[in-house]
Design a binder for this molecule. Structure first.
Ligand code: NAD
Length: 245
C-alpha cells in the first residue's frame, strides 16, 4: 500500500521543517514555503518532499495548494497547519496598529481556518483524515506587547474545537499542539532572554523546546495512536501550563 499523504505548511524552516523530517519516513509530503525557496529545496533533497509555494493568507494560494496535492498524490491523510508569524514589532496593546492586527489575523487565523475548511471537505469525500493545528501557549497566556499574536492563537484554538466537533462523526480527528518556547528563527531575537528566564524557573522542565519535540507529538497523531481523541490539546511546553503553588 502506498504511503499516506501529509501537507505541512511553513515547512522550509523551524518547527514545520522538523515535522516534515519526522514524517518523511512514513508519509509522502507536500511541504509549503512562502519565500525561502532555498530552505524548501534543501528539505526536498533531504526528505523527498514535494515543495509548493503558498502564502496561507491568500485564498488563491490555498486553493492551488490543495489542487497541487490532488494532482501530485491524489489524496490527503494529514494536514498540519504550522505556518504562522509573530507581529513585526512588539508594541504595547495601547499602541499596536490595526495594520499589524490584520496581517497577523490573516496569516495565523484566516489562513489555517479556511485551509482546513477546504481540506476537511476533501477528507469528508475520502471518509478519513487527521488535522493538526500548531497554536501556542499564547492561546491563553496574555503578552501585552504581542496582543495580535495572542488573539490569533486564541481564536485558532477555537477553530480546533469547532472542526473537531463538526468532523468527529465522519471519523476525522482534529488536534491542537500548543508549543511553549521552541528554539527557532521566530524567537531568535529574544532567545537569550528566554534562556535566562528558563534558568530562573519559567518552565518546570528547565530547558527550551526544540522543533523535534513538537514533531514527536505530531508523530503520535500521524500514527493514529490518539485516534479515540479529538479536539485534544497537547501541550509541548516543558510544563509551562502548570499552575504551581
Ligand atoms: P519560523 O519563523 O521559524 O517558521 C515559521 C514558518 O511559517 C516559516 O516557514 C514561514 O515562512 C512560514 N510562514 C510565515 N508566514 C507565512 C504565510 N503567510 N504563509 C505561509 N507560510 C508562512 O517559526 P516557528 O517557530 O517554526 O513557528 C512555527 C509555528 O509554531 C507558528 O505557527 C508559530 O506561531 C508556532 N509557535 C512557535 C513557537 C516558538 O517558540 N518558536 C511557540 C509556539 C508556537
Amino acid at each position: 500500500m502506498s504511503k499516506p499523504v501529509a501537507v505541512i505548511t511553513g515547512a522550509s524552516r523551524g518547527i514545520g521543517r522538523g515535522i516534515a523530517i519526522e514524517l518523511a519516513a512514513t508519509h509522502r509530503i507536500v511541504a509549503t514555503y512562502k519565500g525561502r525557496l532555498d530552505g524548501a529545496q534543501s528539505l526536498a533533497a533531504e526528505t523527498g518532499a514535494a515543495i509548493f509555494q503558498c502564502d496561507v493568507g491568500s485564498a488563491e494560494d490555498r486553493k492551488n495548494l490543495l489542487a497541487f496535492t490532488k494532482q501530485t498524490f491524489g489524496r490527503l491523510d494529514l494536514l498540519v497547519n504550522n505556518a504562522g508569524m509573530p507581529q513585526r514589532e512588539r508594541k504595547d496593546i495601547l499602541e499596536a496598529s490595526e495594520e499589524s492586527f490584520d496581517e497577523i489575523i490573516n496569516t495565523n487565523l484566516r489562513g489555517p481556518h479556511f485551509l482546513t475548511q477546504a481540506a476537511a471537505q476533501w477528507m469528508l469525500e475520502q471518509g478519513s483524515g487527521r488535522i493538526v493545528f500548531i497554536t501556542s501557549i499564547s492561546s491563553y497566556a496574555a503578552s501585552v506587547a504581542r496582543a495580535e499574536y495572542c488573539l490569533s492563537k486564541a481564536a485558532l484554538s477555537m477553530s480546533v474545537a469547532l472542526y473537531a466537533a463538526r468532523l468527529a462523526q465522519a471519523g476525522i480527528k482534529v488536534f491542537e499542539i500548543r508549543p511553549g518556547v521552541i528554539r527557532t528563527d521566530m524567537i531568535a531575537a529574544v532567545e537569550k532572554v528566554y534562556e535566562e528566564r528558563i534558568a530562573g524557573g519559567l518552565l518546570p522542565q528547565r530547558r527550551m523546546g526544540e522543533a523535534a519535540d513538537v514533531a514527536k507529538a505530531v508523530r503520535s497523531i500521524a500514527d493514529g495512536l490518539l485516534d479515540y481523541s479529538t479536539g485534544q490539546v497537547i501541550n509541548v511546553d516543558g510544563g509551562f501550563h502548570l499552575r504551581t503553588l
